[in-house]
Design a protein around this ligand. Structure first.
Ligand SMILES: [Zn+2]
Length: 339
């Protein structure tokens, strides 16, 4: 097994990886075929988010190359999605058989070796066989769909609900499309012109760009009620006050994003409006539902803004993305064709 490990900021080294499956009762080996480079990966590479000497990449798809012969449903050659989360096994909830409430969930590419490697060894319970109707490309976004479903659950989305989404990256487009599938009405706002165009291309009807007065427009769309449900995507670098400003009194505001950077935030408006703020950045327990949504074509991922590269081009791609980030303040996610 080999993968690109971060040694120092801006340095990736192709390294032999130890087989870290010794603590598992049963393991399967997966040949990674596709993985995704995200903004969080880039910020770790740049040293802007604290990281360990690990392989980056929090989403990966592959085929089973070795497996326990007792596991009849996971046969060799099968296309699979690999869960990017592991319970810590040590916290109060883990030791009391409530793993889904783990207070220290470990994430691939953050806490342990991620998917920018040729193979991984993993417990079979973390492997989800993909139906033929779900493409490997679509399956790469199961992690993001799962997060979207967790947010939708938390907001208790009902038919006709207006949901203001502040930020318009690929994840926002996925979230908005699933909201439409559940018959809610997303309003996507961003100060990035390209992202707003992309949201329109993805079929989002209400979009607000930098020129628009978001507060006024949302008042108009909601007949003065303002948004009772708001999702703020921290990765998009929009001041959170914008999210508070479009929220109604007692609204629920979800703070989400994969790039947790320190920031100073004033909660004045939030306190005045008595907002309920929840932080969600991991989708848990929704993988099968996410695969089902893809199988039902509930979300169209073909319009997402993406780069592509090959496995041996990963270091050069990180350099390129880093330059782009310096110039524009944002990047497109990159699909890595591993073989
Ligand atoms: Zn735990």
């Amino acid at each position: 097994m080999k993968g690109f490990i971060i040694k120092d900021p801006n340095t990736l080294v192709l390294s032999e990886l130890p087989n870290d499956s010794s603590d598992l009762v049963s393991t399967s080996k997966v040949r990674i075929t596709k993985s995704l480079i995200t903004l969080a990966d880039l910020l770790r590479y740049r040293g802007e988010i604290e990281t360990k000497d690990i392989v980056l990449g929090s989403s990966g798809i592959g085929v089973i190359s070795e497996t326990d012969s007792n596991l009849l449903d996971i046969e060799k050659g099968k296309h699979v999605y690999v869960d990017s989360k592991k319970e810590c096994g040590k916290c109060f909830n883990c030791v009391n058989d409530k793993k889904w409430l783990c207070s220290d969930m470990l994430i691939a590419g953050e806490d342990y070796n991620g998917f920018l490697s040729d193979f991984i060894s993993i417990s079979p319970e973390k492997i989800y066989p993909l139906p033929e109707s779900v493409s490997d490309f679509d399956a790469l976004f199961i992690d993001q769909i799962s997060l979207a479903l967790t947010i939708i659950d938390k907001l208790n989305i009902q038919k006709g609900d207006y949901v203001s989404i502040i930020g318009a990256n690929n994840f926002a487009n996925i979230l908005a499309q699933i909201m439409i599938y559940y018959q809610a009405v997303p309003i996507v706002a961003s100060n990035n012109y390209e992202d707003i165009q992309n949201a329109k291309d993805c079929g989002i009807y209400y979009t607000l760009d930098e020129q628009a007065n978001w507060q006024k427009e949302i008042a108009g769309i909601t007949s003065g009620r303002m948004a009772q449900k708001v999702v703020y995507i921290s990765d998009c670098d929009i001041p959170i006050q914008k999210a508070f400003s479009v929220a109604s009194v007692n609204a629920t505001v979800i703070y989400t994003g994969k790039t947790i950077k320190s920031s100073a935030v004033s909660f004045n408006q939030a306190v005045k409006k008595q907002l309920e703020i929840s932080c969600i950045n991991v989708g848990f327990g929704n993988i099968s539902s996410s695969i089902n949504l893809l199988a039902n074509n509930a979300v169209n991922l073909s319009k997402l803004k993406l780069n592509t590269c090959k496995f041996d081009e990963i270091p050069a791609m990180f350099e390129k993305l880093s330059k782009e980030y310096d110039e524009k303040g944002y990047i497109n996610e990159t699909i890595v064709e591993m073989i």
